[in-house]
Design a protein. Sequence first.
Length: 401
Amino acid sequence: MEAFIYDHVRTPRGKGRADGALNEITPLQLGTQVLESLRERSRLDTRLVDDVIMGIVSPVGEQGAVLPRSMALCAGYAETVSGVQVNRFCGSGLEAFAMATAKVMSGQSEAAIGGGVESMSRVKMGSDGGAWPTDPAFAPKVHFVPQGIGADLIATLDGYGREDVDAFAVESQRRATVAWEEGRFSKSIMPVKDVIGQTVLDRDEHIRSGTTVESLGQLKPSFAMIGQHGGFDAVAMQRYPQVEAIEHVHTAGNSSGIVDGACGVLVGTRAFGEKAGLKPRARIRACAAIGSEPCIMLTGPAAVSDKALAQAGMDVSDIDLFEVNEAFASVVLRFMNAMEVSHDKVNVNGGAIAMGHPLGATGAMILGTALDELERRDLSTALCTLCVGAGMGNAAIIERV
């Protein structure tokens, strides 16, 4: 059975700290407002929706207790709408979308919402703990190092210098600035409101317009200290003995920003669209996930994209636009090199370096960004992919109807 995208919406991304605009908004309210917006935009009879699936990377505290079910009830959805949260680290939002798609394609659901929410200013990254980075019975087996060390290792292996990653970051900022100036996101951005109904944020807050290679060059490498003095460089070089020394090139300016945000994508069968009076905007061609080498951990996007393309019976040349999460600049540089894709087809409206990476939501956010841009440019196909912690990757391919 085919699955279609009928609508999508996202919040702006707010700075993920105490003085960020969205800090006063709970994760419950972020997600609730997304669901309310989806219902209102489509005049959606929520009795037709079977499930709300949300990526949440730190599902503890305010983000725990099966938050998507609470969101659905708080948004006034029918009591019959169930909810579930999923964690595939940075790929969680796209995984939630894939789960919604799988339910629809299998006939388990006629319609489902896949998306994500992460309030990084209120629930700190890593607050859920876990064996992967901390258990001495496991971490040494996979040569665990922090993701920033993996990003610097990619840059070292591939020969990306500081100017290369900074230049990529500057272009991300420039493209995001242009996209906002031209209103490219306005179709799908919903303003976030406080408890008395006043708008607290209607624009991505993390963008730093006017960023230059010279200004980024003033920033110190973020991972040199823990790499050299914390012993993680030595761990990585045990796994990659051909490396004599890791060049630390990533900074806060060429890595993804910590932000708050939420999003949702409405997926359904063709019969659902007829019942709801909605026209499909895109057909879902493929969703894929893989495991990749866990020490360097950030090299999954190219391999999982190949897997998704094979599922869809497509070649990389069949894809008009790519969205690759900008966890770190070197991740996207390696993807473009491995897939032989030019930068003019990748992240054309900027990415997480400029706008931020609300962990559980980003995957579904970039999918919506790709769909809007396909429509704006009158193009057909897009591939979205993310690198994922512990060495994984996931991807999805969509095609306009």
